[in-house]
Ligand binder design. Structure first.
Ligand code: 5GP
Length: 130
């Protein structure tokens, strides 16, 4: 069965899309640690990041760098942190989290943007993708 993230890639489940190329996809996390919290995923459905082939792994890192730079350019933050967990969704995803304080890296502190805020945030990040 397709993972929830494959369904997002295929447009079967809505998302606030940030970027896409032929191999990778980025969208806002629906339950963010901070405004601008973004997930970057490979289109191939692999559960654990260490099981990615090297080319996809390196490509995902390059893609996360491109998206991370756009987040830093558009969201008020000290820096963008990178986390990989994967205990909830068995489809590789890299969390890019705008950080101003350690609590935002803990996954214990959550924010609840409105639909309008999600739309504004995603548009701001998208506008800075190079
Ligand atoms: P992890 O698997 O790394 O523990 O976390 C999975 C992440 O995916 C969580 O931060 C969660 O909020 C996010 N997530 C789960 N389902 C959806 C969804 O349907 N849409 C979006 N945008 N994010 C999701």
């Amino acid at each position: 069965m397709a993972s929830i993230f494959t369904k997002i890639i295929n447009g079967e489940i809505p998302c606030y899309k940030i970027a896409e190329d032929d191999k990778f996809f980025a969208f806002l996390d629906i339950n963010p640690n901070a405004k601008g919290h973004t997930l970057c995923i490979p289109k191939i459905e692999v559960d654990k990041i260490m099981d990615l082939d090297e080319e996809t792994y390196m490509g995902l890192m390059a893609f996360t760098r491109k998206v991370g730079k756009a987040i830093e350019a558009s969201i008020d933050c000290n820096r963008v942190g990178i986390t990989v967990i994967g205990l909830e969704v068995p489809h590789v995803h890299v969390h890019l989290i705008p950080l101003n304080a350690m609590k935002e890296a803990t996954f214990q502190h959550k924010v609840s943007p409105t639909k309008e805020e999600f739309e504004t945030i995603s548009a701001k990040i998208r506008s800075k993708i190079q």
